[in-house]
Design a protein around this ligand. Structure first.
Ligand code: ADP
Ligand code: MG
Length: 538
């Protein structure tokens, strides 16, 4: 609606809600800040968990930033943009989602203070951008190198991802398992390390304790042995992977087979039986003693397979078939006629196993398996779900460290070192831009501040002490959240991949910029929802 005219002039539908200028900006900033506030209390080893209850009554107890935000079903458009930051972080690294969101919220909070001082958004954006670029350079300089031989550091990275989460009680074992799993699926091309984390299968089974989780040199699938007469254990397994049905195809369209003579009927049935029997012969002739099929297996085929002491399981997920192929070095076959000995996968053992009260097929002792399984155990569903999220974070962190070959220390040390260097750099800039760059440095300090707050420490005292150590040149001075003292985060083994930090800064700056650029919000009022945040929540 144009202001200043007698008669309102509508250029958009009368029902469109419009907010513009500072109002629009404040509204979005407020929403982003609220998102950051929500996850803030979960950061770090002393962070608390959140319980999320869905409309159906499903419960999730978690400490994981992205999980919380995804489950909250956030509606506000500005807030949604911040949720995207967490999702990007999750996809790119797998860990550091809370950090990224807190940073985004803090950048916007500090921008608001500058806006109040009548500094134009474009100046703030420019300053943030310059600071973010500088931050990437500094990060590269302060980071340390790491490679596959640095087992201690790699394990420390995995353990750091689990601190403060349900997985912590078993972090020694889980970090070892994580490292072994990652190393096992690691591939090297032109001296570049590539890790496809989908080759690490996470299988969860309620029961036993977290410490009973194990790494399996192969794959566990939740499919039972098909026929009771089949053997329970096959040693030196030679596995045929077949992705078509071991059945007689039912015609796609209605087809009529007219049989007018009882003899023909008999012949027809015999022919069917022969086709099925031939299938089993082909499998047997290839030398296979295990058949894993993505589709169905006819009863008769099951019967003959059992007769030949061949183990079989059916209706296996496509992704599992691919993992098994990787783990056993098998080729997945579509046409049974093509099956030869060379296509068979090898495993030391294939076994029908009961895990908890479920029947599963265990394909283990694979030599040089390029796909492995981590079997996660724990007392309740909520516990193993949370352990799974932590193990995923750890896999992401160790992979990111190896792929990039760079690590930094955590506990707020990296953020403090960055803030210090960026402040030094800001002195070379003029007036208003300098203020924006300093605001960026302040935002970085929100990470150690939050770690302190969550540990029940005085954030100001703690920060002063930490900053003094950094001024003295101790770049890895971080917060010991247990004692409240300053510690050398590197030697204490609080390590994180460089990528957590580079990605968090990148995404947080991008979203801050995006939100600061918006000065007009036009919302079609299809629904009754208001885009104004609830004042009580401010
Ligand atoms: P995120 O979702 O950002 O990964 P976390 O809850 O996992 O959030 O917390 C990560 C933060 O906790 C990082 O800043 C990390 O350096 C810090 N941290 C992890 N372990 C320790 C520790 N033992 N002591 C102090 N800080 C730690
Ligand atoms: Mg984490």
């Amino acid at each position: 609606m144009a202001k200043g005219t007698q008669q309102p002039v509508y250029i958009v539908s009368e029902n469109t809600r419009r907010s513009s200028g500072r109002e629009a900006q404040r509204n979005n900033i407020m929403a982003a800040k609220l998102v950051a506030e929500t996850v803030r209390t979960t950061l770090g080893p002393k962070g608390m968990d959140k319980m999320l209850v869905s409309s159906l009554g499903d419960i999730i107890v978690t400490n994981d930033g992205v999980t919380i935000l995804e489950e909250m079903q956030i509606e506000h458009p500005g807030a949604k943009m911040v949720v995207e930051v967490a999702k990007t972080q999750e996809n790119e690294v797998g860990d550091g989602t809370t950090t990224a969101v807190i940073l985004a919220g803090e950048l916007l909070k500090n921008a608001e203070i500058l806006l109040d001082k009548e500094i134009h958004p474009t100046v703030i954006i420019k300053g943030y951008r310059v600071a973010a670029e500088k931050a990437q350079i500094i990060l590269e300089q302060i980071s340390e190198n790491i490679n596959e031989d640095n087992d201690d550091e790699l394990r420390a990275i995995a353990a750091t991802a689990m601190v403060g989460k349900a997985a912590e009680s078993a972090k020694d074992k889980l970090s070892l398992i994580t490292l072994k799993a990652v190393k096992q699926v690691l591939e090297k091309k032109n001296n570049k390390i590539k890790i496809n984390s989908s080759n690490i299968k996470l299988e969860k089974k309620i029961g036993a304790g977290i410490n009973d989780s194990e790494l399996i040199q192969g794959i566990i699938i939740d499919k039972e042995k098909l026929h009771s007469a089949m053997p329970d254990i096959i040693k030196d397994a030679r596995i045929a992977l077949i992705d078509s049905a071991l059945e007689i195809k039912s015609p796609e369209t209605d087809t009529k087979v007219q049989i007018d003579d009882p003899n023909k009927m008999q012949a027809f049935l015999e022919m069917e039986e022969k086709i099925l029997k031939d299938m089993v012969e082909k499998i047997k002739n290839s030398g296979a003693n295990v058949v894993l099929c993505q589709k169905g297996i006819d009863d008769l085929v099951q019967h003959y397979l059992a007769k030949h002491s061949i183990y079989a399981a059916r209706r296996i997920k496509k992704s599992d078939m691919e993992s098994i192929a990787k783990a056993t070095n098998a080729t997945i076959i579509t046409k049974l006629n093509d099956l030869t000995e060379r296509d068979l996968g090898k495993a030391g053992i294939v076994e029908a196993r009961k895990v908890g009260d479920e029947d599963m097929t265990y394909i283990g002792d694979c030599i040089d398996a390029k796909a492995v399984t981590i079997l996660i155990r724990g007392g309740t569903e909520h516990v193993i779900d949370e352990v799974e999220r932590a193990v995923k974070d750890a896999i992401g962190d160790v992979s990111a460290a190896l792929e990039l070959g760079k690590v930094v220390a955590g506990a707020g040390s990296t953020e403090l070192e960055l803030a210090k260097e960026i402040r030094n750099f800001s002195t070379s800039l003029s007036g208003r831009e300098q203020l924006a760059v300093q605001a960026f440095a302040d935002a970085l300090e929100s990470i150690p501040i939050t770690l302190a707050e969550n540990a029940g420490l005085d954030p100001i005292d703690t920060l002063t002490e930490l900053k003094a150590s950094h001024e003295k040149g101790e770049k890895w001075a971080g917060l010991n959240v247990f004692s409240g003292k300053t510690m050398n985060a590197w030697s204490e083994g609080v390590l994180e991949p460089l990528k957590i930090k580079t990605q968090a800064i990148k995404s947080a700056t991008e979203v801050a910029e995006l939100i600061l650029r918006i000065d007009d919000v036009l919302a079609a009022s299809a629904s009754e929802k208001s885009i104004t945040p609830n004042p009580e929540m401010m």
